[in-house]
Write a protein that binds this ligand. Sequence first.
Ligand code: ADP
Ligand code: MG
Length: 338
Amino acid sequence: MKKHFISAMLSALLFLTGCSAESSPEPVQGTFFAMDTVMDFTIYGESGLIDQSESLIASLESLVSVTDANSELYAINQTGSGTLTGKASSLMEQALEICRRTDGALDLSIYPIVRAWGFTTGSYQVPDEAEIQALLPLVDYRKIQYDAATGTVTLPEGMEIDLGSVAKGYAGQLAAQMLREHGVQSALLNLGGNVQTVGAKPDGSPWQIGIKDPQGEDAMMVLSVEDQAVVTSGGYERYFEQDGQTYWHIMDPSTGHPADSGLISVTIVGDEGVVCDGLSTALFVMGLEKAADLWAQSGDFEAVFVTASGEVYITEGLRDRFALTEQYADTPVSVIER
Ligand code: ADP
Ligand code: MG
């Protein structure tokens, strides 16, 4: 009887301390620039974790940057072969898996096309069709020879690869892993449109992540998320206009032109940031019908699609996890079911 009382007291005490640590912790907040992006991290934990996150991301970037002449990927693109180490090798392996899974809608070898349109430098231009046709044979992820055991990459003559479509998602995922290993139970990592959450909010309720109206400035819906990544690819993120036409930075590897699938934004919610990032780009290319088919065959993500005509579709796993913002309360939302 007495023993029972003591243990009840003990657990009440543990509960109280656990509770006070969780109900009013002060977050640390940090903003830094990496991967061409302003990143904004809020972490319920020690202040040093911001710097640790930043150096983790900087170290990944220094391996896979396409513009840093000292990166492993740069050397591979210059010479046609080389070795990726550590996290870069792991990123390559996972990225190639997404290329296969999306039947090449994600293609890491799209880089020469992206450059021809000026998206690598900001000197935008519509290339000659002849130039695009000359470059297209170089776009084929199946010709990337990659040995996962050694990290060795060999490319056919003229091919160049770019991990930009997946790197930020992986960076967020790695930072979240590191934070969890340090005992962090609550964090919100914003990597410029790629959001990675750790746990729930300190009060135990889910994080509320806004999804932007691709044709406006404001959030059109809010998703409830815990311990997952939310990644959006949108035509509005990087684009230029010429002769009344809009050209954006997400390319269809089968045409060498900006993806023209009828979708203007794709948001992916899932446990693995790298998968969310790769799929957000790929499903944007695939269009609603093929994207919905891929979702139906998969079990590792949910999605929000916005079409050029302003229709909104969500996959059924988000049915109880989304809310339209007040301003968009009248927007019809269709639920895609398996
Ligand atoms: P962002 O990096 O702007 O958040 P994404 O994750 O959608 O957006 O990645 C887009 C980038 O990926 C482009 O800037 C381009 O470098 C590259 N890219 C464009 N189309 C493809 C594609 N079909 N497959 C792989 N990479 C692509
Ligand atoms: Mg992406």
